[in-house]
Design a protein around this ligand. Structure first.
Ligand SMILES: CC(C)(COP(=O)(O)OP(=O)(O)OC[C@H]1O[C@@H](n2cnc3c(N)ncnc32)[C@H](O)[C@@H]1OP(=O)(O)O)[C@@H](O)C(=O)NCCC(=O)NCCSC(=O)/C=C/c1ccc(O)cc1
Length: 369
């Protein structure tokens, strides 16, 4: 992994003011009990602030977005068709600027989102916005939920290692408008979803030696090995459905406990041998865990008996941005390198958690201190 870029939309909301804003824009102030419940979830969320492309203006222009079960997918798709590639382009432009090479040197693009579907896709628009070469090899990965960027890195690693001189731009952009719904008394998990998700995009350029201009490149993380698995007996823990009224995500109550009970076994099977060969223990490594919610981070910490502070980069990203789905982990990698406490050559783990429940694991080695 060479440079990292991130971007968020300009509108931000403080989490301690979110419930008042949300019940106001959805014209739901009469649901006082639900509002109190949301305030409680906000307090426990570990989130201070989130960024959004949408604003009160969006709901004034398109009232169907806040009336339950009214068809609104067309409106969401129209807004997201330009907003998703534009946010991805903002993050990718930062990565390319840090890289120091021209955008036309990017040979492959791996793009991931669940925020809208179009043909040609947001990858096509993103390539045009960035001025990538017309022959750039594009791969789109839709609907991988919160494990998307780890899955995209897994593909990028193979592309980079099997195409000499390749430079792969990995980009992820998620806008929570696709998930926005008004509160419903019959569906309390809607409150959890509205409390957690925020908008963000991340981009990383991946390469594996060779090619012109390598002297100027500064690697940040080496991707040592990857593994994908699904949790056993997973109880549809992170299912999602694209409906006429937008995307509906139903987080299971059981997900934190399922992770706590299974995460160690997943890691041992996926990357355990490499870790053992290096003589390392879980607490000797740095950690980039998907900040899917405070309870998700707590569960991974408990399941692996990690020392307090090991997941601090993820907790910081959760606090400052909320759960930006697949983009979150790119922010966590950025936060890890910004903290400046990596040891050159030190091992780390990137852990993506998505629908299925899919666990995407990557063993990393710090290439810069
Ligand atoms: C911050 C939470 C939500 C609450 O904190 P807590 O310490 O558990 O607090 P409480 O136990 O007091 O819960 C507060 C209230 O929330 C309720 N609650 C607590 N989880 C629930 C619950 N899953 N349902 C519905 N009520 C609940 C809980 O019942 C309780 O209600 P009440 O007792 O009536 O006040 C915490 O549980 C938490 O972080 N949960 C994990 C959230 C979670 O599943 N995140 C998703 C991770 S996976 C991911 O990122 C997915 C990506 C994805 C993205 C898009 C897609 O389309 C598809 C996939």
């Amino acid at each position: 992994m060479l440079p990292i870029g991130t971007a968020n939309p300009p509108n931000s909301l403080q989490q301690d003011e979110y419930a008042d804003w949300y019940f106001h824009v959805t014209k739901s102030d009469h649901l006082a009990n639900l509002k109190e419940k949301m305030k409680k979830i906000c307090r426990k969320s570990g989130i201070k602030k989130r960024y959004f492309h949408h604003s009160e203006h969006t709901f004034r222009e398109h009232p169907e977005l806040v009336v339950d079960h009214l068809p609104s997918l067309d409106v969401r798709q129209d807004i997201l068709a330009s907003a998703v590639p534009e946010l991805a382009a903002a993050a990718a432009a930062r990565a390319i600027a840090e890289w120091g090479r021209p955008a036309s040197d990017v040979t492959h693009l791996v793009f991931t989102t669940y925020s809208g579907v179009h043909m040609p896709g947001a990858d096509h628009r993103l390539a045009s916005l960035l001025g990538l070469r017309r022959s750039v090899q594009r791969t789109s990965m839709y609907f991988h939920g919160c494990s998307a960027s780890t899955a995209a890195f897994r593909i990028a690693k193979d592309l980079a290692e099997n195409n000499r001189g390749a430079r792969v731009l990995v980009a992820s952009a998620e806008l929570s408008l696709i998930l926005f719904h008004a509160p419903q008394e019959s569906q309390v998990d809607t409150l959890v979803v509205q409390t957690l998700f925020g908008d963000g995009a991340g981009a990383v350029i991946v390469g594996a030696g060779g090619g012109d201009g390598v002297a100027a490149e500064r690697p940040l993380f080496e991707m040592v090995t990857t593994a994908q698995t699904v949790l056993p007996n997973n109880d549809n823990g992170a299912d999602s459905l694209l409906c006429a009224s937008g995307m509906v995500f139903r987080p299971s109550f059981k997900m934190p406990a399922m992770l706590r009970d299974n995460v160690k076994q997943c890691l041992v099977k996926g990357i355990g041998q490499h870790v053992a060969d290096a003589g390392a223990g879980w607490n000797d490594m740095f950690w980039a865990v998907h900040p899917g919610g405070r309870a998700i981070l707590d569960s991974v910490e408990a399941g692996l008996a990690l020392e307090p502070g090991k997941l601090e980069a993820g907790r910081h990203v959760l606090s400052e941005y909320g759960n930006m789905s697949g983009s979150s982990l790119i922010f966590v990698l950025d936060e890890l390198r910004r903290r400046g406490d990596l040891t050159l050559g030190g091992l780390g783990v990137m852990l993506g958690i998505g629908p299925g429940i899919s666990i995407e694991t990557m063993l990393l080695r710090a290439a810069a201190a």
